[in-house]
Design a protein around this ligand. Structure first.
Ligand SMILES: Cc1ncc(C[n+]2csc(CCOP(=O)(O)OP(=O)(O)O)c2C)c(N)n1
Length: 519
């Protein structure tokens, strides 16, 4: 057996079993090893940004890493924007990146690049194997490194000769690191703050937005009267009817300032203090109200569930959290196809335990609010702001949870970055319903243009934010990649098409020609 075969044995023994791949010549032994190992599923993606985004979606839902297979520095750099999002989501993920054979590097062949430098930019852990025998050992370390804290990006660089040379044995899987607990002192301090009568917000992020943790936060709210907020862009929020409703922090800084006005204390669990997404001339970057005290009770990598449990215990908060009621019966939406109408259709039609990948941009924020009474579901967001995440994320989530309906709420401009994900959805027959919200515009940038005070805009300025001339035909793009598609121009037609998508399994796409009212 060669190094690649031993690595695959080790990865499978360590509990990984899905590889999103876009390989090249330097990874051919790895491709062959995957082909010969029954424990690893191979999923071809036609761009590396799809590979990394799919691995992110998989890791968020499976709570264990997918493997990516990437080709040298160039392939890795194509994957980077979605790796950045995955890093911001604290997703466990293992990249295997091939490199030239060690003895070949000195000849500076065309694809030679500084692979470790590429890898270091958006990995938490990077290692190059030192020999064929070391490749498997490094693989075991990579999986354990990915499982540290809430989740990490681990990148293993595999020189081609280490993959093809004989290797003696595979490596033993390594134990996954325990999540660091929070001290009793920190819990007592937080309990003291929550009991001192001041206006307090419990701000949750990371795994603290899973159902069991939000329930505990809801108990604390019930016992103390504190508010419970979430970070603006969460990796995975479990919400909907029957669950405790967490208030999402707004996006624009002035809205956050309004939302937090009067808050005297913020207790952080699994996230950082609120800051503005961007700097704007004359506007605040740090969004903690003046004079407000901030306590980091638990960081994202600590055991946030145990922390909330200890906090509820310390406060004697034993009454169950109030839960979000199911939506009262209401008629299907009619008339203009607005984001709100889409949200209403979702609320009425989405099945229990659906997974929503939200890269809806300007359309997404309203839909999020409208669906708070929908059947219980998982909502996955654009954690790192690098667009092109949504379609790959929904693909990966569906691979992780094949029995759950996945809904990709997808803005058109962002969709164009990684639309190759549709082809893999068709090939793998994933149960994803993609809703392209087509406004033929980079709408958010039209808003930002005014907000940053960039001065009067010329037709040339606006041409950089406009997606017409030619209009993009999503039905043709989708069908060209094997995903059946329809177009909806009214709330009624959307509702009908979405109902049909919810009633059947397999990938499909609805191009929703949305009408928006801009804030
Ligand atoms: C990788 C990356 N490139 C560029 C941007 C800048 N950017 C932010 S939003 C946006 C346009 C979004 O347009 P669309 O997805 O159609 O959503 P809309 O604003 O129309 O709702 C762009 C280009 C980014 N955030 N990330």
């Amino acid at each position: 057996m060669n190094g690649a075969d031993r690595l695959l044995e080790t990865l499978v023994a360590s509990g990984t079993n899905v590889c999103f791949a876009n390989p090249g010549t330097s990874e051919m032994q790895l491709v062959s090893a995957i082909g010969n190992n029954d424990g690893m599923r191979a999923i071809l993606c036609l761009f590396e940004g799809v590979v990394s985004g799919a691995a992110d979606g998989y890791g968020r839902m499976a709570d264990k890493p997918a493997i990516t297979l990437l080709h040298l520095g160039s392939g890795f750099s194509n994957s980077m924007a979605n790796l950045h999002n995955a890093k911001r989501a604290h997703t466990p993920l293992v990249n295997i990146v091939g490199d030239h054979a060690t003895y070949h590097l000195k000849y500076d062949a065309p694809l030679t690049s500084d692979v470790p430098a590429h890898a270091n930019i958006c990995s938490d852990w990077v290692r190059s194997s030192e020999s064929a025998d070391d490749l498997a050992a490094s693989g075991a370390e990579a999986v354990a490194a990915a499982m540290a804290g809430a989740g990490r990006i681990a990148t293993l660089i595999a020189p081609a000769n280490h993959a093809w040379e004989e290797a003696g044995k595979s490596a033993q899987p390594l134990p996954f690191p325990e999540r660091e607990p929070v001290t009793n002192d920190a819990v007592s301090t937080a309990a003291g703050m929550l009991g001192n009568g001041k206006a307090t917000a419990l701000l949750l992020g990371g795994h603290a937005l899973r159902e069991e943790s939000t329930e505990l936060a809801g108990r604390v709210a019930r016992a103390t009267g504190c508010r419970v907020l979430s970070e603006t862009f969460a990796a995975r929020m479990q919400r909907g009817a029957g669950r405790f409703g967490v208030e999402r922090l707004q996006y624009f800084s002035e809205h956050v300032t309004e939302q937090l006005a009067g808050v005297e204390q913020i207790v952080l669990v699994g996230t950082g203090a609120p800051v503005s997404f961007f700097a704007y001339p004359g506007k605040a970057s740090w969004l903690v109200p003046e004079g407000c005290e901030v306590l980091e009770l638990a960081n994202v990598d600590q055991d946030v569930h145990a922390t909330l449990s200890a906090l509820a215990e310390e406060l004697g908060a034993r009454e169950p959290a109030e839960t979000m009621p199911a939506a009262p019966d209401f008629p299907p939406p009619e008339g203009l196809l607005t984001p709100i109408a889409i949200g209403q259709s979702l609320t009425l039609l989405m099945p229990e335990d659906a997974i929503v990948s939200d890269e809806g941009a300007t359309c997404g924020l309203g839909i999020f609010t409208v669906t708070e009474h929908a059947p219980p579901h998982d909502w996955l967001m654009l954690t790192g702001g690098a667009i092109g995440q949504g379609l790959p994320l929904s693909l990966g989530a569906s691979v992780a949870c094949p029995d759950h309906k996945v809904i990709a709420l997808q803005a058109d401009g962002s969709a164009m970055y990684t639309l190759q994900a549709l082809w893999t959805m068709a090939r793998e027959n994933t149960d994803v319903t993609v809703v392209i919200m087509n406004n033929r515009s980079y709408a958010i940038l039209n808003i930002e243009l005014a907000r940053v005070g960039a001065g009067p805009s010329t037709p040339k300025t606006l041409s950089m934010l406009d997606l017409s001339r030619p209009d993009i035909d999503w039905v043709s793009l989708s069908e060209g990649m094997g995903v059946p598609a329809t177009r909806a121009t009214t709330a009624e037609t959307f509702h009908e098409q979405f109902a049909a998508a919810m009633a059947t399994s397999g990938p499909r796409l609805i191009e929703a020609m949305v009408v928006q009212q801009m804030p």
